[in-house]
Design a protein around this ligand. Sequence first.
Ligand code: 4NP
Length: 147
Amino acid sequence: MTTRILFVCLGNICRSPAAEGVFRMLAPWARTDSAGTSGWHVGEPPYGPMQAAARARGLDLSDLRARRIWPGDFEHFDLILAMDGATMADTEALRPEGNTTPLRVFTDYAPDRGANHVPDPYYTRDFEGALDLIEACARGLLADLRR
Ligand code: 4NP
């Protein structure tokens, strides 16, 4: 059973902590974490505007802290989900030799949305749109895990 799931984005202060926060509410039995491919915000809580948008939907992200992904994550998780193609490529580059942990783009789980990545609200400022897409992907992920 896939129960250990890591969400990855660039800064680990917007998209991946939001994905973690949404998914842990839908599936409290799962062991979730998130990480960034950059180390720019290590130790910081999620970005204020993202926390505010999440809070308005009943999601508290305030306990989360940014960290950087490292090769050991491939051994510690059953599934790694990247928020976009660049994040996925940078994550794949860290895969230890012989490791087969699935690594996918999160939007694969919401094919009806027609998106191949989660646009970064740090730049777009569309926190609502990002949360809408993340919620759809999280619901699709949960349905996939139950199959
Ligand atoms: P995230 O968004 O990858 O969704 O956490 C970003 C947050 C901060 C930066 C880039 C992306 N930054 O350049 O500081």
